[in-house]
Design a protein around this ligand. Structure first.
Ligand code: FAD
Length: 468
């Protein structure tokens, strides 16, 4: 078993705005045609902020058209990537790489030969419970089939999700429309960004005031989520109490965000790049279950040193910890952004990946998290061997996947300020932003970490905002 903490953090710099996704997806081509295109993701910005270009896009409607499109690209020695309507991956995973690449729009018009494993319909029974400490982190996943937990380190609280399979005859028709992943009034989200600190440089320098404001805000956010049962309802309309019992598909899928009419953008998903709403980088990694308690204890030590930083984390509903089983898949789990307190979050990330041997989620994270990651997969060699056999020309490889898989190059992008953007881990001050007061310093708990800290805080070894 492994545990998957997901840290949701926001970046200071505004995303490079890209044209909104059209009905066809995140591929936008010159003059509305199918050549000279750009490919975006749902945030409108990849972690390195570089534009992804593709020579053309093809929308195959049949299996024959699909095969012909891939064959034509392979014959021409071009790279190919499948791009979905949503393109929800944070890294450049769907970018074909190079100007010559081809994007394949996913238009499923014909039934494909897919083998599905079926199992009888079932319902789930869900309730949430608070405890004081994360003492159950190592066992919770084995006690409840769909159990997970949300750690709110700033409040010293863990919200345990008791989620178990029950018979379909159990009454109720509950629904999970998670508050954080549903359409919200666009204005409220823009307001959240402005009030919550669109300019985190100001936030960092506003010292105690913003820290205390953030701590108050975090309690309002978590209390609201609790009051609204996190978006769960017992019948699809109203919440009347726990447990919420509902069919698997209504409880597992976590929101209505992508499926409902946005009313001409009067409403939007929090991560929709067409509005100036919340902009996030999303750090997700897996840590072996046996090492999870020590990791949680280290995070608590860091919280005790820099409590204010963790209010910020709580305000994003903390660290979501999920349990995933061991997988036999070769890449399955065998077992420049001066955002306030970014050094603390970078330390947690480095701690998880380097001290606790965590592996990054392929669809999340910034470049630095992927450095050396493939070497932590025992079957990576077998994966590359199979990949080479099925795709000897590297048609489905890319400038992103080759470095990440250790085929050639490195996912790390070195340059002045690269550590502020998560493109590298700092090795000297130039990798941070000395002109803004950020210097490369060791971690506070995980001393082997190298993070960009605000000068005075770094010198005094105390939280940045406390030195004001
Ligand atoms: C708000 C938010 C929450 C998220 N929460 C979670 C979560 O809880 N759990 C989780 O695991 N992930 C989560 N993610 C990450 C995301 O779901 C994954 O990155 C997923 O891969 C995105 O799929 P996509 O088809 O939208 O992405 P894309 O970026 O379009 O595609 C992902 C990759 O798969 C390839 N691909 C896509 N379709 C096909 C196909 N038909 N055949 C072959 N290759 C294909 C693409 O070429 C690309 O390499 C979240 C993302 C966001 C934005």
């Amino acid at each position: 078993m492994t545990i998957l903490p997901i840290l949701q953090l926001r970046s200071r710099l505004p995303p490079l705005r890209r044209p909104p996704p059209t009905g066809a997806g995140p591929v936008v081509c010159k003059r509305g045609g199918t050549s000279d295109c750009t490919v975006t993701n749902t945030y409108g910005s990849f972690p390195d902020r570089a534009v992804c270009r593709a020579a053309d896009v093809t929308y195959p409607r049949t299996e024959q058209e699909l095969v012909a499109a891939v064959a034509a690209a392979a014959a021409a020695g071009r790279r190919v990537k499948v791009v979905t309507r949503y393109s929800n991956s944070f890294p450049r995973i769907a970018c074909p790489g190079g100007r010559d690449g081809t994007a394949l729009g996913k238009v499923a018009r014909e039934k494909q030969g897919v083998t599905l494993a079926m199992e009888p319909l079932f319902k789930r029974s869900v309730k949430f419970d608070d405890r004081d400490i994360a003492e159950k982190v190592a066992i919770w996943g084995s006690l409840h089939e769909f159990g997970d937990m949300v750690q709110l380190p700033g409040q010293g609280k863990v919200i345990y999700r008791e989620d178990d399979r029950v018979d379909v005859s159990t009454p109720d028709d509950g629904l999970n429309d998670y508050l954080g992943f549903r359409l919200q009034p666009t204005l409220s989200m823009v307001g959240f960004r402005v009030i919550g600190g669109a300019d985190e440089w100001l936030e960092e320098n506003n010292g105690r005031f913003t820290d205390s404001a953030r701590c108050v805000a975090s309690r309002v956010v978590t209390a609201t989520f609790e009051l609204m049962a996190y978006g769960f309802t017992n019948d699809g309309a109203a919440f009347t109490g726990y447990p919420v019992v509902g069919y698997q598909h209504r409880v597992q899928a976590s929101s209505s965000c992508l499926d409902v009419d946005d009313g001409g953008l009067l409403f939007s998903c929090p991560w929709d790049h067409r509005i100036r709403g919340v902009f996030a980088y999303n750090s997700g990694f897996s840590v072996t279950l046996s090492r999870a308690p020590a990791f949680v204890a280290d995070v608590a030590r860091l919280r005790d040193l820099v409590p204010a930083a963790f209010c910020q984390l709580d305000a994003k509903m903390g660290v979501l910890m999920r349990y995933v089983g061991a997988s036999s898949a070769y890449l399955g789990k065998a077992e420049a952004s001066p955002r306030a307190h970014a050094d603390v979050f970078d330390e947690i990330e480095q701690m998880a990946l380097r001290k606790y041997g965590g592996v990054p989620h392929w669809g999340k994270n910034r470049n630095s998290a992927f450095a050396g990651a493939v070497s932590r997969y025992p079957n990576a060699g077998a994966f590359l061997e199979v990949k080479g056999r099925y795709d000897p020309g590297g048609v489905f490889s890319s400038e992103w996947s080759d470095p990440v898989l250790g085929v050639r190059g490195s996912p790390v992008v070195l340059g002045d300020g690269c550590a502020m953007e998560g493109l590298c881990v700092c090795s000297d001050d130039s990798r941070c932003a000395p002109e803004l007061g950020y210097y490369c310093r060791p971690g506070k708990v995980f001393k082997e970490a190298s993070v960009c800290s605000l000068k005075d805080a770094a010198a005094a070894g105390v939280p940045a905002n406390r030195t004001e």
